[in-house]
Design a protein around this ligand. Sequence first.
Ligand code: ATP
Ligand code: MG
Length: 438
Amino acid sequence: MIEDLGDWRRTHLSSEISPKLEGREVVVCGWVQRIRQLGKLMFIVLRDREGTLQVTVHRNKVKPTLFEKLKKLKNEYVIAVKGIVQASKEAPKGVEILPTEAKILNITNPPLPLDPTGKVPADLDTRLDARIIDLRRPKTFAIFKIRHVLLQSIREFFVKNGFIEVNTPKIIATATEGGTELFPVSYFDRVAYLAQSPQLYKEELTAVFEKVFEIGPVFRAEEHRTTRHLAELIMIDIEEAFATAEDVMRTLEELTIYVFQKLKTECAVELKTLERTLEIPKTPFPRYTYDEILKMLEKDGIVIPWGEDLPTPALRKIGEHLKGPYFITDWPTKSKPFYIKPRNDNPEVCEAFDFMWSWLELASGGTRIHNKELLIERLKNQGLNPESFKYHLQTFDWGMPPHAGFGLGLARLLMIICGVNNIRECVLFPRDIDRLTP
Ligand code: ATP
Ligand code: MG
């Protein structure tokens, strides 16, 4: 029953079929979304990645063998249809295909675990287990089309602004920021680790390329179950020589505006599918110091000891007050990684920032230490062994410029753009403490 594609080739995507093609012979390929039979008429809704198309079969006008073949179709069968385009007032989009031949390229094995049209609701785990069907649902599809344009525009932005794209190793010998959250891997006769960040490499590369960016995977053994943590994620990292935290915060603002504008024009359809209107935020984004945030929380009865990171309930509370993008600056030095530069006027506080959107952290960054002695001192203060960082430290003897940068989580940014609450919605095949398949 399954036929070969043979020499059939698609001539048009569904979006390219219009009444203007009236009378043309075309080949369309895709999946059967729905079949309706009304006496001598059969309507097949064919779906491809661009949308749907109506194939109208008149029993009396097609070969009996073709009608018999098409009668066997079931939802999600993969088919190719050769036929003539006809303008039609009744058909959706004013056009239909009258088939002359068809091939059934594949069948399905019912029942399907999910409704690919998205009309029947399903919980996230069921959807992720059958992700390939889930991805056909218009809302899920829209998220990944937006992701595609988002990534492209991020790259475009950095290239336009003079950044050079790099890729740093993902198999590493020592932890970037200490031994926690790392996945060990067996590496020939040794133990290696999956990189949790390109931090040290990207800093080193500023001593050559000055402005670098990397878009790549990082791995974190996050043991907690939250709606914003994954074990494998795509991070957008930049590092820039002769720059400070304030400079890269402005870069983040400009990047946000740039990608939002792009998405508004290039993903209007997908945003509509997700019922999103993207407001372009005004710059500069508000800046709050860590101390100001603690005071804000105290008013709500949440007391955070100075120096601690902000736990989820505190972030949720702040998110009730601050809805859009903002920065938290002037973090306690001890709450941030060793490579962040303490302030000259008050070393208890450092030049780090978090880029937030309501309750959600999207990026962390800061001015880095470029003085080797200070870096070694900070390593020791954080309980790390400078010997483990000797390859990194030696580059500081070879002309390390002052530099700053940030790491931005792609899926978290996508959550904000698409208005979804769970980060797993924004990753094709998410990895977390419970999920290693599919
Ligand atoms: P969080 O405090 O939210 O756990 P973090 O401060 O540990 O994040 P950073 O090391 O600052 O994370 O990483 C930079 C960015 O990468 C974060 O702001 C976030 O957008 C993203 N990110 C970090 N860890 C994860 C994760 N486990 N899953 C998804 N995104 C992450
Ligand atoms: Mg952070």
